[in-house]
Ligand binder design. Sequence first.
Ligand code: FES
Length: 107
Amino acid sequence: MLMAVIRACFNAFMIMAMTKKILVCTNFRTNPNNPSCAARDSQLVLDALKEELTKKSIVIEIEESPCMGYCNAGPNLRLAPNGEFFHGVTVADLPKLIQAAKKFSLS
Ligand code: FES
């Protein structure tokens, strides 16, 4: 019985880990000398992205992410798992990003 529960939990975890999604870094650093995606309006990009995906009825999960390690190039987004990175994203980049997300979600 215990093994069945452990196996079910593991399977659920693996499905969640493999779910295709868009990760949006919303990390904020309080020190103005250290750049961060949130300080460069990643929340604005995140909100606009959610709105556009809803308008276009594109179903792909969006998840806020901690720092991705490219702070100087933010705001940063990534298609996950193992997808393309997008750096310096602004609201003007959404059509390109949505196109890539659509293609990625179908691959
Ligand atoms: S703060 Fe976004 S990548 Fe580091």
